[in-house]
Ligand binder design. Structure first.
Ligand code: HEM
Ligand SMILES: [Cu+2]
Length: 545
């Protein structure tokens, strides 16, 4: 690494006890692109994931623009197909799956368990290169004209009939999948081997539990995706007859394989979000998490059950009625650990001394929207209801409540909560609260009307619709415009705060985790002295009655 700059040297002189922060470890682009420091790699992820988010959001904005009117006024059917495919592929694989683990898991997890870095720092850097490289493949496919299969790549359409850039997109997703696996392995080994002395499993912060469980799902499920995509590529290029009925294949086999990965993938998105909420809520309610052990077991329960419910995506695609009944029942079972979590967050808030800071607003928004999305999931898990609303906007509304209302809210909550630690600066609190409220309002206005649209029968993935559906569509598109403003605000004031924000103290929230016990921003090696991990997590003093 390069020698310290003058600024860093001066900082060292001013406070001789402090080592230089990780931000001072060289200023060249190369010092970032070759860094093996988990904190710098987290920032590489944050920058690239944010870029992908806004590319995916642009596709969404174009879709909502088209759906403002019943006719085809903005784009034709082919372009619309490419738009929702690009939107789905980018949001799922380039944003939702990596977002919280790769950015905040990377940054905070080693600090939270008192480690100096992840177990395999070079593998961590390689993961980022795989992520960025895979992402560029999908962008290349987009620039060359895009894909129209939908993000689910259903066969035989994707293997036989589509003449768009399927292979290039598959390659991108496959490469990003390897990044996921590498990251998962890294987190698992880190949690097993690098916990601070005294930190037993039931002293781990719930965010660490959540990232751990997520990593297990990543390592077990992602190879299934990789194999499925390779089989699809083989079918497309060599016509081997796996999925094409004309060649003796079975298209349902593709759906089983795809959802065997993709349902657990939903929990790859939501478990980290739950972990974030479990950090923020006790901190700003000044209370211990209610039922810590139940919260940890609920995480494991959700992770296990997530592998058993994939068939609820295939209720109408020709699986036996008995199989559907079993998948329906198992899907209902996921509600049990999920409800435990919502109940325990609520109990943590009960009689707490609550301060409505921006991270807390995002966390509360997460709980409300996740609860609502989860409850409508029970409608979809009910066979008879699903037959009515399947492939309608009801489904679109449901999964946006979970993925956007849940995972994106938590991502923003995490960004605000750890921002001072990451950058050494405070963000402007009133702007942040305003943005949180705009996002919450814009989100509900965008997606709530879609439940009604779906219930009334508007199918998903269509670029035109009967004029009867227009009022609700206009509401939804107006909400999307508000949401867009809401998402652009944090981009603006967070970047502003990097340059002009007030310097942050080591522990601005008075929070309890080990990550707040080191300097802000942390030194390259995280801790000057190895911290003691034997304190119970969420050690907030009991509130006076
Ligand atoms: C910014 C506001 C957003 C709007 C207006 C929006 C709109 C849409 C629309 C119109 C569709 C197509 C539905 C269909 O016809 O099948 C869609 C699909 C989808 N969206 Fe969004 N979306 C937004 C944000 C997001 C975000 C932030 C994510 C994830 C982080 C996301 C994930 C998805 C996924 C996974 C699909 C599935 C595509 C499919 O149906 O195969 N969306 N969205
Ligand atoms: Cu599912």
């Amino acid at each position: 690494m390069s020698a310290h700059s003058d600024a860093a040297v001066n900082a060292d002189r001013a406070a001789p006890a402090r080592a230089a922060s990780y931000l001072h470890d060289g200023y060249t682009l190369w010092s970032w692109l070759s860094s093996r420091d988990h904190k710098r790699i987290a920032i590489l992820y944050a920058v690239s994931i944010t870029a992908f988010f806004f590319i995916g959001a642009t596709a969404a904005a174009l879709m909502r623009l088209e759906l403002f009117t019943p006719g085809a006024d903005v784009v034709d059917a082919d372009t619309y197909n490419r738009l929702f495919t690009a939107h789905g592929v980018i949001m799922v694989w380039m944003f939702l799956i990596p977002s919280i683990p790769s950015v905040f898991g990377n940054f905070a997890l080693p600090l939270m368990i008192g480690a100096r870095d992840l177990a395999f720092p070079r593998l961590n850097l390689l993961s980022w290169y795989l992520y960025a490289g895979g992402g560029l493949f999908t962008i290349a496919a987009l620039l060359l004209g895009g894909v129209d299969t939908g993000w689910t790549f259903y066969t035989p359409y994707s293997s036989v009939f589509s003449n768009t850039h399927v292979i290039l997109t598959l390659a991108g997703v496959l490469i990003v999948g390897f990044s996921s696996i590498a990251t998962g392995v890294n987190f698992i080994v880190t949690v097993h081997t690098l916990r601070a002395p005294g930190m037993g499993w039931f002293k781990l912060p719930l965010f660490v539990w959540a990232i751990y469980a997520t990593s297990v799902i990543l390592v077990l499920a992602t190879p299934v995706l990789a194999i499925t995509l390779l089989l699809l590529a083989a079918e497309r290029v060599f016509h081997v007859g796996l999925f094409n009925p004309a060649l003796g294949g079975d298209p349902l086999l593709f759906q089983h394989l795809f959802w065997f990965y993709s349902h657990p993938a939903v929990y790859i998105m939501i478990l980290p979000a739950m972990g974030v909420a479990s950090e923020i809520i006790p901190c700003f309610a000044r209370k211990r998490v209610f039922g810590y052990r139940f919260m940890a077991f609920a995480i494991i329960g959700i992770a296990v059950i997530s592998f058993l419910v994939w068939g609820h995506h295939m209720f109408v695609s020709g699986q036996s009625a008995y199989a559907s009944m079993v998948f329906s029942l198992l899907s209902f079972m996921v509600a049990v650990p999920s409800a435990i979590k919502v109940f325990n967050w609520t109990a943590t808030l009960y009689k707490g001394s609550i301060s409505f800071t921006a991270p807390m607003l995002y966390a509360l928004g997460f709980v409300v929207l996740f609860l609502q999305g989860g409850l409508t999931g029970l409608f979809l898990a009910s066979l008879s209801v699903d037959v009515h609303v399947t492939d309608t906007y009801f489904v679109v509304a449901h999964f946006h409540y979970i993925m956007v209302g849940g995972a994106v809210m938590a991502y923003l909550g995490a960004a605000h909560y750890w921002w001072p630690k990451i950058t050494g600066r405070l963000y402007p609190e009133s702007w942040a609260r305003l943005a949180a409220l705009i996002i919450f309002a814009g989100f509900n206005l965008t997606f709530f009307p879609q439940y009604l649209l779906g219930y009334e029968g508007m199918p998903r993935r269509y670029h035109t619709y009967p004029p009867d559906f227009q009022v609700l569509n206009v509401l939804s598109s107006a909400g999307a415009a508000i949401l867009a403003v809401g998402y652009l605000l944090p981009l603006g004031y967070l970047l502003w705060s990097c340059l002009h924000g007030r310097p942050a103290p080591d522990n601005p929230w008075g929070a309890s985790g080990l990550e707040w016990k080191t300097a802000t921003p942390p030194p390259q090696h995280n801790f000057d002295r190895l911290p003691d991990g034997s304190d119970p997590p969420y050690d907030y003093p009991p509130l006076q009655e």
